[in-house]
Every structure is written in C-alpha cells, then in structure tokens.
Design a protein around this ligand. Structure first.
Ligand code: GDP
Length: 457
C-alpha cells in the first residue's frame, strides 16, 4: 500500500499553466475532494485519461481556480499507481493553495524524484530509463536531449540485457546439469560457450567506447579563449553568452582570473574559459593568472585564438598562437570586423587552424559562422536519437566492471579452468550489469540517484 503524494510539477516560476500531480492509493479520491467536474461526474467515476473541466475549491468550499483534471488508474500510469493531474493557471499562489487543499484532503508533499522512484519500484521503467528522465529535463543541447530521449526508450538496457541474458543462459545450463544429474539435459561443455563470451565482450566494449564522447557531451568541450589584451576576449565571451542566454549557467568554483561559462554554440556544449592574458610579467598576482591560463590550455580540447582585425598582427599574436599548438582543435577568430580593417598581411596566420572566422562582438556579425565552425568539428556524425551514447559515469563504471569480469571469465576458459571458476566471473559480470538497470542495485544508491531529481518528477 502506498501513501498518496502530491507536488507542483511545473516549478515555482510564474507560468501560463501549472500542473499538480498526485500518485498513490487515494490519489483519485483525494483529487475528487478538491476538484469538481462541471459535467457533475465524480473523478472517482471518471474514465482514465479523459480531460475534464471543472473547479478546484479548498476545504471550506471557496473557489481557488478553474482547471482541467485527468486521472489514470494503476497499473497503466507513469508511476504504476493511481494518479491524477490538475492543470491550473500557473500562478505560484494559486498552485500552492490547491496543493495545500490536497494536503488537507490527505495527500503529503512528494520528495524529489519520488514519482519516478515509484515508477522504477513498480517496474514501469528500469534505472537507466529513470536516470534518462532527469537527463532529458537538464539537457543543454539538442544532441543531449535526443540521446536522453533514446535512453528513456530503454536503449541502454536493450544492449546490456542481451548480454545479461546470454550469461544467464550459460549459468542456468551449468546449474541445471549440476542440480539435476538424472534429468535428460544436454551435457555442459564450456567450450561451446566461447563464442557467447566473446560476443558479450565485444558488445560491452563497443558500448564503453561511446563514453568518451558521452562524457564530453555532458561536461562540455573545454574551450580556451586566447588573445593579447584588448583583442576582444571578454566581449566575445559576453556576446556568446548573450547569444543563447537561456541555457547558460555559471560553473561554481571558478577562479577570479579565469572565468568559465557553459554555452551552447552551434548545438555543441562548450565550457568556455576566458583566460587571463599570457605574457611575461613580474607582478606575482598576474603570474598566478598566467599559470592558471597555461593549465587551462593544457586541458583544453578547443582554442579560440583571437586577433584584432583592425590592427596589424604583432609578435605577441604569433606567440599566443604558438602557445595553443598543443590544443587538439584551433579556430582563429578575427575580431572587431565592424571597424576598418588594418592593412597588414595576415594570410599565413593560423595556417594550421581548423578554420578562420571573422566576427564582431559589437554587432553580432559572424557569431553564427563561429557556431557552424564549432559544429563542424564536434557535432556527432552519427544519429544520437537511438540513445546509444553512454553519458552517465555510473553506467560506464558498471559496464567497465562487467567487461573486466567477462574478460577474466574468458581467460579462465582459455586456461582450461573448471567451469565454476569461469562461471563465477560471468556471474560477477551479471551482477554489475544488474546494477545498471536496478536489478541488483543497493537501496542507498537508488535513493541517492532519485534525490538528484526535481520535486514533482
Ligand atoms: P580583452 O582584453 O581581450 O578581454 O578585450 P575586451 O573584450 O575587454 O575588449 C577591448 C576593447 O575592444 C573594449 O573597448 C571593447 O569595447 C572593444 N571591442 C571588443 N570587441 C569589439 C568589436 O567587435 N567591435 C568593436 N568596435 N569594439 C570591440
């Protein structure tokens, strides 16, 4: 038996429509105490998934809002329990008043992620799918959203379940022969399963290989903005942040002298680091800044090297582009193109760069071309909507342990060890794979995963 939880699912900001959801044994009965349909039919008698117009009132019968209501009964609902949803006007005051009335009628406040946790516990989704829910909500690029949507559809468990089932078949055969010696079961020949183990190994290897890309996709491409003082580094950073401000967040813990921001540029998530200038200096504070800049360069995947198009190139520009030689990808950005161009030749500057782009942070000209240049380097060439890119470190860790155990199992087989040794490793692999989907995961880990969700999801 489950108590009935309720929460505002649409956050605390003022919106056109706000949704309150309930789940649990009394969800429909409690909703019926607060909401009355205009057609006079009680929600307890209303059919599933029909949208009904009516009004919500508090326990004293005072009108709170006109809204739409829908119910879904167990087991065919998101959580697998009886659920109800109220679509109200999105004022935080109205929503809070309706929620309080639902509490008065017997519901309690849902904890973070509690709806999805119930869906998981009731077998409506596995753990990788539940985690995809929060990945989808927090996706910062279309690519991340597509991959998360694919994982919500069960792409990870489809791969790992196939491996799990093939290992289970070996184990089941071995134990059947051992436990029922008198039955007419085919004798257990370990060598017959060599191909199964090899196939399992290959399949997990391929999955694990996707994590490098997934990690970058999730964390953002570490990008340094380099250039001599006044070339326009901060202006470019600000222009890019303003460019798609809605999906920009500060990364906490950045230092005073290197600013780091996440920005979606050309559909690719970049972690932009505006470094303090790199130049010889005696000032100890500036020295620290330079050291940090050099460290940022050594870790960067992409360098944007800025040169001022309104001024002739100088020695310092060449030194800076040299300092970026170790970075895997380089884009030369000519800045301030709204100003008259300097006469000096610059054709050989940035010869080794992936591309040269001309921008004005002042007018915004060229920023979309910069986005295209980034996209050309980093956008996935393959289709991510299948959700087959591992992005979650917990998943990668479980797959890696499963792969390690399968390799040991194969080694034991090659060394002609007894079946029980080979199988104990295969079973360790199954246990690691079970953690992925939640079959064998510990309760505290599950709780930790769901605590990262939003309330109402
Ligand atoms: P930083 O020292 O490299 O970070 O350079 P800033 O971003 O602080 O810019 C230095 C100066 O150049 C400031 O006065 C900016 O207003 C100016 N500036 C930067 N970008 C542009 C641009 O695209 N067009 C024009 N006309 N001025 C710019």
């Amino acid at each position: 038996m489950s108590d009935t939880i309720a929460a505002i699912a649409t956050g605390s900001a003022l919106t056109a429509i706000g949704i309150i959801r309930l789940s649990g044994e009394r969800a429909i009965e409690i909703t019926n105490r607060v909401f009355s349909a205009q057609n006079g039919i009680a929600m307890t008698d209303c059919e599933d998934r029909r949208l009904v117009y009516g009004k919500a009132c508090n326990s004293r019968g005072e009108l709170l809002d006109y809204c739409l209501c829908t119910v879904s009964r167990a087991p065919s609902s998101y959580t697998g329990e009886d659920t109800a949803e109220l679509q109200c006007h999105g004022s935080p005051v109205v929503l809070r008043a309706i929620l309080n009335s639902l509490f008065d009628a017997g519901a309690r406040q849902a904890a973070a992620g509690e709806f999805t946790k119930r869906a998981f516990l009731n077998g409506r989704m596995d753990l990788t799918q539940a985690e995809a829910v929060t990945d989808l909500i927090h996706a910062e690029t279309e690519e991340m959203a597509k991959n998360a949507a694919g994982q919500l559809g069960g792409s990870i468990c489809r791969k790992t379940d196939a491996v799990y089932d093939s290992l289970k078949a070996i184990s089941a055969h071995y134990h059947a022969v051992l436990d029922y010696p008198d039955e007419d079961i085919d004798p257990f020949e370990l060598a017959e399963y060599s191909a199964t183990l090899r196939h399992a190994e290959q399949s997990l290897e391929m999955l694990l290989q996707t994590f490098e890309r997934g990690r970058l996709m999730q964390a953002g491409i570490s990008t340094v903005i380099l250039g001599r003082p006044n070339v326009g580094k901060s202006s470019l950073l600000n222009a890019l942040l303003g460019y798609e401000r809605a999906i920009v967040t500060n990364i906490p813990g950045t230092t005073r002298d290197t600013i780091s921001e996440r920005v979606n540029l050309g559909g690719v998530l970049l972690r932009l680091i505006d470094t303090a200038g790199i130049r010889d200096t005696a000032d100890p504070l500036e020295c620290m800044g330079v050291e940090r800049s050099l460290a940022a360069i050594s870790e960067a995947e992409l360098a944007l090297v800025l040169v001022d198009s309104s001024q002739d190139l100088c020695e310092e520009d060449f030194e800076i582009i040299k300092s970026a030689e170790t970075v895997r990808h380089l884009i030369v950005v000519e800045t301030k193109i709204d100003l008259p161009e300097a006469d000096g030749a610059r054709s050989d500057f940035g010869l080794g760069a992936d591309s040269v782009v001309r921008v004005s942070s002042m007018t915004g000209e060229g920023l979309s071309t910069l986005g295209e240049a980034v996209s050309l380097i980093f956008s996935s060439k393959e289709d991510v909507s299948q959700g087959e890119i591992l992005t979650n470190a917990r998943h990668a860790d479980a797959v890696s342990r499963a792969l390690g155990a399968i390799r040991l199992s194969r080694e034991a087989m090659d060394l002609m060890h007894t079946p029980d040794i080979v199988l104990s490793e295969a079973e360790r692999a199954m246990s690691a794979l079970g953690e992925l989907t939640g079959r064998t995961v510990r309760d505290d880990i599950t709780s930790e995963i769901f605590s990262r969700f939003c309330v109402g999801k």
